[in-house]
Ligand binder design. Structure first.
Ligand code: SF4
Length: 427
């Protein structure tokens, strides 16, 4: 049976108190974003300027390393480089020369900073500028930081996209910009829905290829497809573009609200909107209903990890009948997740940042049916008998828009079902 989404709550969480925590936190660093970004930008290369730890992280985070190696690498700075910073700077530029001379397919090169103090002292922005002058127009060289000191794992994408914004050519054209690195098939579905509504002037950041022109200007409105793009949001506003605040396209309700926001902006009438969305909406509801049989009435606890927590809590509580106990997020950007907070009924504890031991205590006391957390916390919590979902899977799996709504719900229902089956087996 299809469960209908409840009307918006009279009191959402927009003004709910937020527990702010500034203690130890356990998350992956922003280098992780390279794993999905390199798939999206098909002629880009990500050169991590870092240590052996960074190289190992990339290797283990990317189980696909063997196939991916030609698209990212690590320039390892040894400790001896500390003695001569100028040498390290020159060595980095020589490394890039070697790479670009043997790889004519690279059109964009990202120098990605990391944690080690030797790297922090390097001026990657200057290196990127010098190298751009040298290799333009064939290659554009940009830099951003994926350092674990400054970023959680999804902020790597944010930093990468934000680094591209100042280089985008200016335009006066009235257009929509979709912002966020979606899998191509999902991006195509979104573009198709928009085209059916008559919205055709759409540009996407990041583009799949460097020679696809992405422009920005005062008549550009932009819609984020990921909630962790706060830095990119700010960079686009600095270029004069206007944000369309909306719930995120997770689940039937989020997708409809996101499309509705864009449709209103471009004057699409309700009849046309309905004609385009009615069928996929019904499919999405039906697909979510299957997972809801398992999730309805269950409780969920979010540790702060991906910055997707608030939209996902909205989806799970409103479309899948779950009860959220705590919704933790690394950062709470009200300009970005405000519309989500309006839809999330008051009740769950909102928390920003982390003090991991205190939060573990709260989680153990609450004994949620499902805990969404990072890899580092999942195993110990599973060993204690809690059921967990790895937050990182949510960025590796296509979960946006109508056709993926069932898969998104399934990501949460599967571990709950597995735990129930284990319990049954044990009795
Ligand atoms: Fe570790 Fe920092 Fe390198 Fe990330 S950037 S792998 S946190 S050393």
């Amino acid at each position: 049976m299809t469960r209908h989404t409840p009307p918006p709550p009279s009191t959402g969480c927009r003004n709910a108190p937020v527990l702010k925590q500034r203690g130890q936190h356990e998350v992956f660093c922003g280098l992780t974003g390279i794993i999905w970004l390199h798939r999206k930008m098909q002629d880009a290369f990500f050169l991590v300027v870092g240590s052996r730890t960074c190289a190992h992280l990339l290797q283990s985070a990317a189980g696909v390393m063997i196939f991916a190696e030609p698209r990212f690498g690590t320039a390892i700075l040894e400790e001896t480089d500390l003695a001569g910073l100028a040498d390290a700077q020159n060595e980095l530029e020589r490394e890039v020369d070697r790479l670009l001379s043997r790889r004519s397919d690279i059109r964009q090169l990202f120098l990605v900073g990391s944690c080690p103090s030797e790297v922090i002292k390097l001026d990657l922005a200057r290196a990127a500028e010098r190298l751009t002058m040298k290799y333009a127009p064939r290659v554009r060289v940009l830099n951003y930081s994926g350092s674990g000191i400054e970023t959680t794992f999804t902020e790597g994408e944010d930093a990468c996209l934000a680094s591209m914004v100042p280089t985008l050519p200016e335009t006066d054209k009235r257009q929509l910009m979709l912002v966020g690195a979606l899998p191509d098939v999902v991006e195509d579905q979104a573009l198709d829905l928009l085209a059916q509504m008559g919205i055709e002037d759409v540009t996407v950041l990041p583009a799949r290829h460097a020679d696809t022109e992405v422009t920005v200007g005062p008549n550009t409105v932009f819609a984020l497809t990921q909630p962790f793009l706060g830095g990119t949001h700010a960079a686009l506003e600095r270029r004069g573009a206007r944000h369309l605040p909306a719930p995120f396209p997770f689940g039937e309700e989020g997708t409809t609200a996101w499309l509705q926001t864009v449709a209103r902006e471009f004057g699409v009438d309700q009849a046309r909107f309905g004609a385009v969305t009615d069928a996929p909406r019904a499919r999405a509801r039906k697909a979510v209903a299957k997972a809801t049989e398992t999730l309805n009435g269950k409780s969920v606890f979010f540790f702060p990890d991906s910055q997707m927590e608030i939209p996902l809590a909205r989806f799970l509580t409103r479309e899948c009948g779950m009860e959220a106990i705590e919704v933790g997020t690394p950062f709470l950007h009200r300009a970005v997740v405000g519309p989500e907070l309006d839809l999330l009924a008051e009740g769950p504890q909102l928390s920003e940042g982390q003090d991991v031991d205190l939060q573990l205590e709260r989680c153990r006391a609450a004994q949620p049916d499902l805990t969404v957390c990072g890899l580092g916390l999942a195993n110990p919590l599973e060993a204690e008998g809690l059921t967990t979902k790895w937050a990182i899977e949510l960025v590796f799996t296509p979960v946006h828009f109508y056709e993926q709504a069932g898969d998104l719900a399934g990501l949460f229902s599967r571990p709950v079902r597995r735990r129930e089956a284990l319990k049954l087996g044990a009795t």
